[in-house]
Every structure is written in C-alpha cells, then in structure tokens.
Design a protein around this ligand. Structure first.
Ligand SMILES: NC(=O)c1ccc[n+]([C@@H]2O[C@H](COP(=O)([O-])OP(=O)(O)OC[C@H]3O[C@@H](n4cnc5c(N)ncnc54)[C@H](OP(=O)(O)O)[C@@H]3O)[C@@H](O)[C@H]2O)c1
Length: 279
C-alpha cells in the first residue's frame, strides 16, 4: 500500500493535507461503495464528494466499511447552488446523510454569480465552522473577483479553491492568485477526462523517460505545480497507478513542456464560472 504523502496547508502550516485526493463523481450504489473502499485500501486519505454527486452516503459507508479511523481520512463535500441561502443547513443535512459529527472541509460548489448569493453562502459556512460542524471552509470555481468579494466582506479567506485544471487548461492566473492569498489549489478533472493528453508528445516523452504511464505523468505534473489533483477511477488498478504518481519527479523542462499544451479555450465543457451555473 502507498500511503499518500502530505504537505502543510498554505493557510495553516500545522495542518497536513494529502498531496493527492480521490474524486468520487459519479461513483454510486454498491459498486460506488466498493470503488471508494478500494481507493481507501490503496492508500487515498482524501475523499472529494458533493451534495450534487448524490453519493455522500456511499462515501461515508466506504469509510466505515474500510475500518479506517475517522480522523485518518479527510472528507470534503460541497454546497450546491440551490442551498446558497442556507449553507449552514446544507452542511447539517450532509452530516446527517453521512452520519458524521463533522466534515473536514466544505466548499461552495459554484459561485452562480447571476443569483448573487455566494456571499450569503460564504457567511453560512463561516457560521458552520464556528459551530464546529466543519474544520475548513473553501470554494470551488471562484474567479479572482469572487474571492476578492467574499474576503473583503468577511475577512475570512477560503482554505482552498477547487478549479478545472489539466494540461489543456493550466489556470496560471488563478494559481498565482491562490499563491498570493495562501489558498490551496485543488484540481478537478485533473487528467482531462475524455480529452486527456495521453498521446501528446510532452506527456508521452516524459512517460518514456520515467518508465511510467501518461496518466502518472499528468498527475506528477500537478504535484510539481503545487496543485492537489483529485483523479477519479472506478478501477482498483488505475487507482493505485494514480496514487503511485507521488513517486515521480519531473524535470523543470518536462513540466514546462506539458504546461505548453494549455490553450485559452482548453476548458472541457465551457465551464467558465462567470457564465456556467449549477444548482
Ligand atoms: N468542483 C467541480 O465543479 C468539479 C467538476 C468536475 C469534477 N470534480 C471532481 O473532480 C474529480 C475528478 O474529475 P473527473 O472525474 O471529471 O476527471 P478525471 O479524474 O480527470 O478523469 C476521470 C476519467 O479518467 C479515467 N482514468 C482515471 N485514471 C486513469 C488512468 N490512470 N489512465 C487512464 N484513464 C484514467 C477514469 O476512468 P476509470 O474510472 O474507468 O478509471 C475516468 O473516465 C471528480 O470525481 C469530482 O470529485 C469537481
């Protein structure tokens, strides 16, 4: 078993965060529980779920069935757009669905700016944290302007912003914003899903040089950038393969060549948070 290495959270050096996490969408039902349990067995210690994935129950069940101590695994969920007006209540519901007494982190899933309720959602998460329901609060798909607004209004900085990030869309500006503010960058669709650049020459060349798979190269590229990737796999073999990427160290030239694949229009499905909204 590879145990996931950790690094300190940018916002709190006392807190150790696994360098790679496990994405759980769309794992559901008994098969979903088995897949999540096999990820825990493989050594993943960070599970990313969301109310809208409709699998919080499966995640909690996998944690219980795996026999791992609750404190040894980081469980993260996300508040959906329809709950922005009652995000503390949404956290309470997640806890009840999962039969847990606290969450390690909760994110606002999408800002949904046309509804203009993400600041209210942030205030509700601050309350939830003060009430001890959740240890760390963060956001997902927030732009620099959304971050400015919630931090200026409340004085509370999210511990993480989970954004679309893969070789076709490297989020250089957002990563710089996060670094300036001490925010952890979490990467969704870290491999690039159906558009994964496994055959692109910089990825294939690094895979040959390091005698590893193209998927591992892409995950090692994330780690070199300081991004925390959340790869999803239903397959125990690929789960282990992805976790083993923590042992691969790319050269600066390899990292730069992979970053060179990025395109301004590289988002997988046009999920620009200023326009794309999810309830
Ligand atoms: N915050 C947000 O708005 C947001 C949006 C999207 C996703 N997410 C989160 O990010 C997580 C990951 O994103 P994602 O599932 O969209 O994309 P991804 O992890 O980049 O890609 C998953 C796909 O790649 C395959 N795969 C996994 N490892 C592989 C490997 N080593 N070689 C070849 N193929 C491999 C998987 O198939 P198999 O299962 O068959 O291995 C699956 O089809 C989600 O589960 C979710 O937790 C968040």
């Amino acid at each position: 078993m590879t145990t996931t290495p950790t690094r300190p959270l940018p916002s709190d050096q006392q807190v150790q965060m696994p360098v790679i996490g496990f994405g759980t969408y769309p794992l559901r039902g008994d098969e979903g529980v088995s897949a999540i349990a096999s990820a825990i067995e493989a050594g993943y210690r960070f599970l990313d779920t969301a109310v809208n994935y409709r699998n919080e129950r499966e995640v909690a069940q996998a944690v219980r069935e795996s026999g791992i101590e609750r404190d040894d695994v980081w469980v993260q969920t996300k508040v959906p757009g329809r709950d922005h007006g009652g995000s503390r209540k949404s956290v309470e519901t997640s806890l009840s669905v999962m039969d847990l007494d606290h969450l390690d982190s909760v994110l606002i899933h999408w800002p949904n700016p046309s509804r203009d309720e993400y600041l209210t959602a942030w205030e509700g998460l601050i309350e939830a944290r003060e009430a001890g329901l959740v240890r760390h609060i963060g956001v997902s798909n927030f732009t620099a302007a959304h971050l400015d607004r919630i931090v200026e209004a409340t004085g509370v900085t999210p511990f993480a912003n989970q954004v679309e990030l893969h070789p076709l869309f490297i989020q250089e500006e957002m990563r710089a914003v996060h670094d300036r503010r001490g925010i952890l960058t979490q990467a969704w669709s870290p491999l690039g899903k159906a558009q994964a650049q496994y055959d692109a020459e910089p990825v294939a060349a690094a895979a040959r040089a390091h005698d590893c798979t193209p998927g591992q190269v892409i995950l090692a590229w994330h780690l070199a950038l300081g991004s925390m990737p959340l790869p999803k796999s239903a397959d125990p073999g690929r789960q282990r393969e992805n976790l083993a990427a923590v042992d691969i160290e790319l050269t600066e030239a390899e990292v730069a060549a992979i970053s060179g694949l990025s395109r301004p229009d590289g988002r997988l499905f046009g999920g620009d948070p200023d326009h794309h909204e999810e309830m």
